[in-house]
Design a protein around this ligand. Structure first.
Ligand code: PEP
Ligand code: MG
Length: 326
């Protein structure tokens, strides 16, 4: 009910054993701030900035991007906004960019790979983000990173833009936005320990992590029945990533669809995740679930789940655990 939702907005997101679980929102357009605040999100865990480039014939200018992002950061009034750089390609194509989809777009020139080929776009985007970051806490997130080199090269481009700001006497944000990577390719997950040394934070993208771990095109109806984030391989990749982030002392969040499914909340908390980012509309139900779970019991559940041979058994464990929640 509406009253119930309103009540949920104002209660803290903590487990029964008093563990705080931060609930953030994923958005596609900078104009969604109001719904994010309505839902009681702590901040924005993912701005899918590529949507600013889609369904239009021309590229957005630096001024246009800076204005939209500045409004967003201002509307969030001190809550952190995590802006992902362009994740075009794959299933998201931009008319304005005229990129030829390869024979297998999900494995082709997309996301950070595209940004490093079209550095003009990346520089413009960084400049816009730096201008917006002046108005509130902002983080930069790099999609589809597979190698350390992609991350260090991207950071070098950011350093060039910063140097250019200095040279022209343009104001820089203080502090500078942290730079993190999406962990959404198995290669990144399995080298999370190495990536953590160069990253300020991780955001696990379970949509693509599942797609790439299971070799299932997330847009192909013919194999949709095989797409299952509860496959033990996906959970192990998440487990390894979370452990690497904890060992390195950097924050780690989940921002794929898994984060917004209350059925999976005990599993994510059990894996040690304390920061979930989801569609704003999913926040109340996930918060309700968080408040009914003991993190200690969830930890035991996740430990058991990691030892299972298949997704069906993990689902059964999870359903049993959820049925026992009152
Ligand atoms: C993901 O891959 O899980 C993710 C959050 O990014 P997107 O869905 O935009 O690819
Ligand atoms: Mg993704």
């Amino acid at each position: 009910t509406r009253r119930n939702l309103q009540r949920l907005r104002d209660v803290p997101s903590v487990t029964r054993d008093r563990v705080a679980v931060h609930l953030n929102a994923n958005i596609e357009l900078p104009t969604e701030a109001e719904s994010v605040l309505q839902a009681g999100a702590e901040g924005i865990g993912l701005v899918r900035s590529e949507f600013m480039f889609m369904n239009r014939k021309t590229l957005p200018t630096e001024d246009e991007q800076a204005a939209a992002l500045t409004t967003l950061v201002e509307q969030m009034r001190g809550r952190t906004v995590t802006i992902r750089t362009l994740d075009l390609g794959g299933e998201k194509l931009g008319d304005a960019l005229d990129i030829k989809p390869g024979t297998n777009p999900s494995l082709g020139l997309r996301a950070v790979r595209l940004s490093l080929v079209r550095r003009d776009l990346l520089r413009t985007q960084f400049a816009a983000i730096l201008r917006a970051a002046w108005h509130g806490p902002t983080r930069i997130l790099i999609p589809m990173v597979c190698t350390i080199d992609e991350l260090t090269t991207t950071k070098a481009v950011l350093a060039e833009v910063v140097a250019d700001f200095r040279a022209r006497g343009r104001p820089l944000p203080d502090p500078m936005p942290p730079v993190g990577v999406m962990i959404e390719v198995p290669a990144a997950a399995l080298s999370a320990d190495a990536l953590a040394r160069e990253s300020d934070f991780f955001a696990i993208g379970t949509n693509d992590l599942t797609q790439y771990a299971l070799a299932i095109d997330r847009t192909d109806e013919a194999v949709a029945h095989l797409y299952d984030p509860l496959h033990p391989a996906v959970l192990r990749l998440m487990h390894f990533t979370t452990g690497a982030a904890q060992a390195a002392g950097i924050p780690v969040s989940v921002c794929g669809e898994m984060a917004g499914d209350p059925r999976l909340t005990p599993l994510l908390i059990g894996l040690g995740l304390r920061d979930l980012s989801m569609a704003a509309i999913a926040i109340p139900a996930v918060k309700q679930r968080v408040r009914r779970i003991s993190a200690g019991k969830a930890h035991a559940l996740a430990h058991q789940a990691l030892g299972q041979p298949d997704a069906a058994r993990i689902a059964a464990l999870l359903d049993h655990f959820n049925a026992g929640i009152t």
